[in-house]
Design a protein around this ligand. Structure first.
Ligand code: SAM
Ligand code: SF4
Length: 323
């Protein structure tokens, strides 16, 4: 079993399979980074899988594949199948911008994928364009329809931004509700890679906008999820992910693995240790040792609440850590 220095059980690995992306979201990667990790430094699916097996053998039962944009990586379905075939009952999910989903959803489902989180910030083509800096909406909506059609369960992730898409909070909720998808609004997390002119909304401001139309009651947290859940009168639940509070750090059950093999113990911090050398040599023991060292040093909580505007902010790039 994997236990960190604060006694928290780790049963969840988020693995980023690429830092590259076909969008340039204002809050994540508004400009193409100065340099990408060279392709030869990316771990192969076999190497990533070797590390995942170390985790699974130690009780990890939840794996999320993310990026950058994970669907850009060829043969992702084969990676899903490798994991799915290793042990029955694993909860395998992907976080994607949905752009390439129309052509990949069926293959992913057939490989054993059950769940997807899809980022959707607007239902207006021009606003979606403004955020992603590309004409994306039609493909994303068609991708969502196809994924639902093949039987994948979907959660929608949405980042409300002041003066950009904050008038669509209710529309996005209604769009998701109508299709049986849970929506989770993510507070914008300040970081040095984002467009520094954008401002997010606090969780309370987001809920207040929904309260203008619906009666909303608090439903609390579900398991180790970072989302705080709310419920409408008809029982539909939506979530708010609010890193500016860190009551969810107490029950944090996750670590992150980047596409080049860095294990990141907390989304906020820069510290990481590499398993690249170990997995390239096929050395399971060495990979396991690095993992234990990382867990020993996993911080107690993030530091987003200590960042008044203009102060030092996180240097961690979401497109590297996978969010
Ligand atoms: N490309 C995929 C996508 O967009 O869903 C997966 C990777 S993306 C980094 C994962 C999640 O991080 C997305 O839901 C995105 O909205 C979120 N994200 C990225 N930058 C963020 C920021 N600065 N604040 C809050 N959420 C952010
Ligand atoms: Fe790409 Fe996802 Fe980052 Fe947007 S949030 S730039 S889709 S990695």
């Amino acid at each position: 079993m994997l236990i960190d220095g604060y006694g928290r059980r780790i049963n969840y690995i988020r693995v980023s399979v690429t830092e590259r992306c076909n969008f340039r979201c204002q809050y994540c990667m508004p400009e193409k980074p100065f340099s990408w990790v060279p392709k030869e430094n990316l771990l192969s699916f076999e190497e990533l899988f070797l590390f995942l097996k170390v985790g699974i053998d130690e009780g990890v039962d939840k794996i999320r594949i993310t990026g950058g944009e994970p669907l850009l990586r060829a043969d992702l379905d084969k990676f899903i199948k490798m994991i799915n075939d290793y042990k029955e009952g694993l909860d395998i999910a992907i976080t994607t911008n949905g752009y390439l989903l129309k052509e990949t959803a069926k293959r992913l489902k057939d490989a054993g994928l059950k769940r997807l989180n899809i980022s959707l910030d607007s239902l207006k083509p021009e606003v979606a364009y403004k955020i992603a800096q590309k004409d994306v909406l039609k493909n994303v909506l068609e991708g969502i329809d196809e994924a639902l059609k093949v039987g994948l369960k979907i959660k929608i992730n949405s980042v409300p931004l002041k003066g950009i898409n904050d008038d669509e909070i209710v529309d996005l909720l209604e769009y998701s509700k109508k299709r049986g998808m849970q929506i989770r609004y993510i507070e914008y997390m300040e970081n040095i890679h984002a467009n520094q002119d954008i401002k997010g909304l606090y969780g309370k401001e987001i809920v207040d906008k929904i309260r203008e139309k619906y009666k909303v009651k608090k439903a609390g947290r579900e398991g180790s999820s970072p989302a705080f859940m709310y419920e409408l009168e008809d029982g539909y639940r939506f979530g708010i992910i609010d890193p500016h509070k860190h009551d969810f750090c107490e029950s944090c059950n996750r670590i992150r693995l980047t596409a080049e093999g860095h294990i990141i113990p907390c989304l906020y911090f820069d510290e990481a240790m590499s398993i690249a050398e170990a997995v390239k040599k096929g050395d399971v023991e060495a990979a396991s040792e690095v993992l234990r060292e990382v867990l020993k040093n996993k911080p107690e909580k993030n530091r987003w609440d200590e960042n008044p505007p203009g102060d030092e902010i996180s240097a961690r790039a979401f497109y590297q850590t996978g969010g």
